[in-house]
Design a protein around this ligand. Structure first.
Ligand SMILES: NC(=O)c1ccc[n+]([C@@H]2O[C@H](COP(=O)([O-])OP(=O)(O)OC[C@H]3O[C@@H](n4cnc5c(N)ncnc54)[C@H](O)[C@@H]3O)[C@@H](O)[C@H]2O)c1
Ligand SMILES: O=C(O)[C@H]1O[C@H](OP(=O)(O)OP(=O)(O)OC[C@H]2O[C@@H](n3ccc(=O)[nH]c3=O)[C@H](O)[C@@H]2O)[C@H](O)[C@@H](O)[C@@H]1O
Length: 394
């Protein structure tokens, strides 16, 4: 199979050997973590044009300025909120493909701001789906691995040998059920909203022939993920685990393990995952009508093991000694508040993405943490020192 990433931008071919025509892509949420990496890839390795829509552009500023960048004119930023902006339909109409990344997607918000979470992940995505369907435009929509919720195995007795059987925990796009907690466990407001927008998109495909691809990311991590509280985000803000642990390490504080850090996750390097998205963009015949898990089943750890590895890697890249008390346990109620609940384990089945796009992740957890924590140290260590040195206002 020809690798489209390995050939020059002008001679790019798809997985079936056909030349790839430059596309105009309307990317909603382009200023976020995933969007910034996708824009970077599309600018440096392809000839596609990007209409980048977001309310912020800090994470893609380096792609927009100065005017003499090699991709000048291929990326334009449109500052808009899709909740209420009449330019949205026009921008979708001007494009060959729309990619929707816009969402509230930090777990600390799901149970504390459930209305904003549901509006952001379902209601605000409705016009995007509608405009794509009405104007016969292809849509790549970002969902989440959280739509699987909890594994079937988590409901078996603790000592059941079936818990070790992959049939009870591997998550398959076309087979696994979506298992959420009760309504008062508002953690699931995000997963449920994402599930309903997936169902709507699927139905637009089935009833109206809309061309779509749904992406279910499994804990993509890397540079520019979220924010460091008190430096480039609110002091009281709670980002996702990579940024929480980075913040603790940068400040020399213990890493907080929610409910003992027993939940398991598989982490994939953002740069590997972006390769998968590029394959979806450039191989519509293979990607349309599919839902894809995008993760790294080989990088599974408990959150406690993640903390231990991050402590070791950070010590290596910063030259600093680990904190005296490296980790502390906190209850989920104390950390996230009432209504929190958790996914127990997330192993993606890779059959569909392997078959359709021939994609596999490459980067080990140690290596991806080494490059990411090198970035975190270089970007934030000095700023943190200044914040810590500042006298607290009385
Ligand atoms: N990072 C992951 O591992 C991961 C995992 C599962 C799902 N996802 C999904 O992928 C998508 C992107 O995630 P991310 O990690 O890049 O998150 P992110 O928060 O970094 O990026 C989302 C971007 O959308 C923008 N946005 C939100 N609401 C908007 C609105 N109303 N109008 C305009 N822009 C708006 C935000 O400003 C932000 O820049 C989300 O849909 C998320 O649910 C990500
Ligand atoms: O990244 C994904 O694939 C999806 O999962 C994430 O959900 P989750 O993995 O639970 O969120 P994290 O903040 O990354 O937390 C991972 C685990 O670490 C724990 N944690 C988090 C932060 C912390 O300081 N300590 C800690 O123990 C959490 O309780 C959870 O068990 C988010 O919901 C989404 O961004 C996304 O849809």
């Amino acid at each position: 199979m020809a690798s489209s990433a390995s050939v020059g931008a002008s001679a790019r071919v798809d997985l079936d050997g056909n030349p790839i025509k430059p596309l105009t892509i309307c990317m909603i949420g382009a200023g976020g973590f995933i969007g910034s990496h996708l824009c970077e890839k599309l600018m440096s390795e392809t000839q596609h044009k990007v209409l980048a829509l977001d309310v912020y552009n800090d994470k893609i500023k380096h792609l927009l300025e100065p005017d003499n960048l090699p991709w000048h004119g291929r990326i334009t930023f449109h500052r808009l909120n899709i909740k209420h902006d009449s330019r949205l339909e026009g921008l979708i109409k001007m494009s060959d493909l729309t990619i929707n990344l816009a969402a509230i997607c930090t777990p600390a918000d799901y149970n504390t701001r459930p209305l904003d979470t549901i509006y952001s992940n379902f209601i605000d995505a409705l016009p995007v789906v509608k405009y794509c369907s009405e104007n016969n435009k292809r849509l790549i929509h970002f969902s989440t691995c959280e739509v699987y919720g909890k594994t079937i195995g988590s409901f078996l007795p603790k000592d059941s040998p079936l818990r070790q059987d992959p049939a009870y925990y591997v998550l398959k796009e076309d087979e696994s059920p979506c298992i959420f907690g009760s309504i008062e466990k508002q953690r699931w407001s995000y997963a449920c909203a994402k599930q309903l927008i997936e169902r709507l998109i699927y139905a637009e495909g089935a009833e109206n022939g809309m061309e779509f691809t749904i992406v279910r990311p499994f804990n993509w991590i890397g540079p520019r993920m979220d924010f460091i509280p008190g430096v480039d985000g609110p002091s009281e803000g709670v980002p996702r685990v990579l940024a929480c642990f980075s913040n603790n390490l940068l400040r020399g504080q213990p890493l907080k393990l929610v409910d003992g850090g027993q939940s398991q996750r598989t982490f994939v390097y953002i740069k590997d995952a972006i390769e998968a998205v590029t394959l979806m963009i450039e191989n519509p015949a293979r990607a349309n009508g599919h839902i894809f898990n995008v993760g790294n089943p080989n990088n599974e750890v408990t959150v406690r093991q993640l903390a231990e590895m991050m402590i070791k890697v950070y010590s290596k890249v910063s030259g600093e000694q680990p904190p005296e008390t490296p980790t502390i346990d906190v209850s989920s109620k104390e950390f996230y508040g009432e209504g929190y609940d958790d996914s127990d384990k997330r192993i993606p089945d890779m059959t569909t993405i392997n078959r359709q796009l021939g994609w596999n992740p490459k980067t080990s957890l140690w290596d991806l943490l080494e490059s990411t924590l090198t970035y975190q140290h270089r970007t934030y260590a000095e700023a943190i020192k200044k914040v810590i040195a500042k006298p607290v206002a009385s």
